[in-house]
Design a protein. Structure first.
Length: 97
């Protein structure tokens, strides 16, 4: 009985540690994708005044159609599909700045 309980607790601890590790990796990967998308959008939109990445992202995402294009770009990045990525980026409507 005591062995069963110990094995169960060990299994649960290892499983939760694995889950935490993968979610931390996913957060890093998401941050990398976001940084690349915002950087490429800055190049495409040519903001006239100095604007932070966060401000640019918020302005672009205020448009519902842009949200879909950004989603497409992120999926293309995840799949390493450069053509679809640039197609999605080129469809994003740059905000007035």
């Amino acid at each position: 009985m005591n062995t069963t309980r110990t094995l169960t607790l060990l299994f649960l601890a290892l499983y939760s540690a694995n889950t935490l590790a993968s979610s931390a990796y996913e957060s890093l990967q998401f941050g990398k994708y976001k940084q690349q998308i915002v950087s490429d959008l800055k190049k495409a939109c040519h903001p006239q005044k100095k604007i932070t990445d966060e401000e640019l992202a918020n302005k672009i995402l205020s448009n519902e159609e842009n949200k879909g294009y950004i989603r497409e770009a992120r999926i293309a990045l995840e799949r390493n599909n450069e053509k679809n990525y640039w197609d999605a980026i080129s469809k994003v409507e740059c905000p007035e700045m």
